[in-house]
Design a protein around this ligand. Sequence first.
Ligand code: SAH
Length: 337
Amino acid sequence: MYSDLMNWAQSVQREELAAWIAAHRENPPGALFEAADALRRRVYGDRVFFRGLIEFSNICARGCRYCGLNASQTSLHRYRMTEAEIVCAVSAGYRRGFRSFVLQSGEDPYYQSPRLVSVVAQIKEQHPDCAVTLSAGEMSEALYRALYDAGADRYLLRHETADAEHYAGLHPAPMSFQHRMKCLRTLKAVGFATGAGFMVGSPGQTDERLAGDLLFLRAFQPHMAGIGPFIPAKGTAFEAEPAGSANLTVMMVALARLMLPLATLPATTALGALGGRDRALLAGANVLMPDLTPPHYRADYKLYDGKAEVDAQVDQMVREVEALGLTADFSRGDPLG
Ligand code: SAH
């Protein structure tokens, strides 16, 4: 029965949750994973939603200290797909059966503009039966609204950490925790199915802060939550920091499932890079995002090191899902809550 653990997760307070994480981080109880898996199956069945990921620009104006694409990375080869290339990549995915796409990028001023609105409108015109998710950072309310009005269905903007001091340690000014929170509230108010989330093991993270991240998710009730391990990226301030733990990440996914029964939760690419993707799919996660970025751009979209090598092929991912006794689902896969 998962209901006892679910009731606990729905009501536990911060101090107790932090102590629980500290006590179990090395050896999480199997009952947690079983409860998260049972709940996921009851709400969503055995389907794993496939979303085609298109990384349309790695140009970025921000200074996020953990990110391999941040503005001060000088040795990185920068690219920006044209509007036509983005629409083509979606159409190619459509022909392979995808009906759900995630358009992700650095915070590229060129596309933080009506140009992205135009891309969304073109995709929706050509493929009205597809869900379009954007993951392109902080923008004005007016632009978020224009993107939504053009037909974008969902928006992913991880909160990264729910602790203002920790946030400031990860993101130099002018980025601010207050503004990130404002953007998340705006996205929800505009009407997007909204995604939040955080990295596990980011420098400065503590068990108290991790507990705070989960409780933020519980309070905000996003429709989606991306939880992946921090992986050091060359050339960044954090290049020598240790990676986050795959085990701890899976534990966070399971706890997030118990707190967000109706949300869709990806088994993230970063977790896949550390070999934890299957475990996440059996502990509450129900989304995979194969990389459909045209191959000649892919190698340059390095949020962290080793990523180009882990780009998994769609067929292999389908087999992986089937080997777990789950079903690959290429539909829109709307979040239920
Ligand atoms: N620029 C957009 C989308 C790209 S970044 C945005 O900021 O929302 C997408 C996510 O990748 C970030 O939210 C962050 O949580 C994650 N990420 C960035 N660098 C990472 C790293 N070194 N290790 C693991 N995840 C990272």
